[in-house]
Write a protein that binds this ligand. Structure first.
Ligand code: GRF
Length: 206
């Protein structure tokens, strides 16, 4: 029997997207298994979610390393030890270096709470509201050497309602994220994507 491809998920915080991936895998909606969760923060609730699901969870504390290169080598060692094929960034609040990105090119995904290239960065929801955007959304993309920049796999728009607060908008964006991320991971694992330059296209397998 073929073994399910293994995912590594990198988180810094609550881990609701991690939970969505765990749930999808458990329900058979994702042809994969989450093998390891890594966090740069010891207090990340994502670690608790992983352990509850019986998944290996490790803190890789950047402060324990003299350089970013050493920190990233520690991340890569963990991913390799768990034979991870695809790496999902899910609220991982660190920029990965080109060395890491090249090592996992085409196998490194991120989810962002805006319609890229609008509102990149760590405050996408707040920025969209402050800008007065009427529509924002969610993007799942491959990670390249620039922040929130690589080829887009999936996007979905979310309307900004009158009187919207950051919390209310974030809650609706999260609902979309939790549906979109497992779907994007499935597309990659099923090999149903062609990437030419910046443009990733999904197609049906014959
Ligand atoms: C999500 O909104 C994601 O788009 C962004 O970070 C947030 C992580 O949330 N990259 P969670 O930790 O998955 O709940």
């Amino acid at each position: 029997m073929r073994r399910a491809p293994l995912l590594g998920v990198l988180c810094s915080g609550r881990g609701t997207n991690l939970q969505a991936l765990l749930n999808a895998a458990r329900a058979g909606r994702l042809p994969a298994r989450v093998a390891v969760v890594l966090s740069d923060r010891a207090g990340a609730y994502a670690l608790t979610r992983a352990r509850r699901a019986g998944v290996a969870a490790h803190v890789v504390d950047p402060k324990a390393f003299a350089t970013r290169a050493q920190f990233e080598r520690a991340l890569m060692r963990r991913l390799q030890a768990h034979r991870v094929r695809l790496v999902c960034l899910a609220g991982f609040m660190r920029v990965l270096s080109p060395v890491f990105v090249r090592r996992y090119r085409g196998r490194l995904l991120n989810i962002h709470p805006a319609l890229l290239p609008a509102f990149p960065g760590a405050h996408a929801v707040r920025d969209a509201l402050a800008w007065g955007a009427k529509v924002t959304g969610v993007t799942v993309h491959f990670v390249d050497e620039q922040v929130d920049h690589g080829p887009i796999l999936l996007q979905e728009a979310v309307a900004v309602r009158p009187g919207e607060t950051e919390a209310s908008l974030l809650a609706r964006l999260h609902r979309v994220e939790h549906r979109l991320y497992p779907k994007a991971v499935r597309l990659v694992l099923e090999g149903r994507l062609r990437v030419r330059g910046r443009v990733a296209r999904a197609y049906r397998k014959a």
